[in-house]
Design a protein around this ligand. Structure first.
Ligand code: E4P
Length: 220
């Protein structure tokens, strides 16, 4: 499973990219708002992210009609070679995905919560499909169970083009573990949960012990 970072924050991206395992970034309008992003800087900001990451970067359309999504999608895709156009799953979004996919533009279909939504996204030509685990849990549903069903359903078929499942709305290291065990291709993880993925108390304790014992060696 590959790791994407779910953020629009350049310093977070720079830091995690320096760890050596970052394969991509996903953003959305809320994440851009969270960093105080301005409308007029949006495209430039995406270009900056694309330069920091050696892998796909998702930028989301905000238009709500098919033609608007197509136009915005073309504009976003032209910003950088690694730009992926994120489109919400809905009638207009599926129709826009079909057109953009036929033009060779990679689409990440977002806000996916069910198997039929995921299958329709893949049939419309989406390269990436993003089931939201945490938000499904938030409404007392089984987010991981839903992800498992979607991974299984997508793996059952050949869509004639590559399709990768991105476990999204990830909230913890356990979500990452379970997504990997299910065979999700990618997990897009927020910065806090990404740090949680590295940390373990026994690793910390082990390091302390090695350090203390090495002092003994040096002083022997
Ligand atoms: C996915 O690409 C989304 O940006 C993201 O995972 C949303 O998750 P949230 O529930 O943390 O907002």
């Amino acid at each position: 499973m590959k790791f994407f970072l779910d953020t629009a924050d350049l310093s977070e991206i720079e830091e995690v990219a320096s760890w050596g395992a970052l394969a991509g970034v996903t953003t959305n309008p809320s994440l851009y708002a969270r960093i105080g992003g301005k409308l007029e800087d949006f495209e430039n900001h995406l270009v900056k992210i694309c330069k920091l990451v050696d892998g796909p970067v998702s930028g989301e359309v905000t238009a709500e009609d098919r033609d608007g999504m197509i136009e915005q999608g073309r504009t976003l895709a032209a910003l950088a070679d690694n730009m992926v156009v994120k489109i919400p799953v809905c009638v207009e979004g599926l129709a826009a995905t079909r057109v953009l996919a036929e033009e060779g533009i990679d689409v990440n279909m977002t806000l996916v919560f069910t198997v039929p939504q995921a299958l329709l996204a893949a049939r419309a030509g989406a390269r990436y499909i993003s089931p939201f685990v945490g938000r499904f849990d938030d409404i007392a549903e089984d987010g991981l169970g839903q992800l498992d069903d979607i991974v299984t359903a997508i793996q059952n078929y050949d869509f004639g083009h590559p399709v990768e499942i991105i476990a999204a709305s990830v909230r913890s290291a356990n979500h990452v573990t379970q997504a990997a065990l299910m065979g999700a291709d990618i997990a897009t993880v927020p910065y806090g949960a990404m740090k949680q993925c590295i940390y373990h108390p026994l690793t910390e304790q082990g390091l302390e012990k090695f350090k203390a014992d090495w002092e003994k060696v040096k002083n022997a």
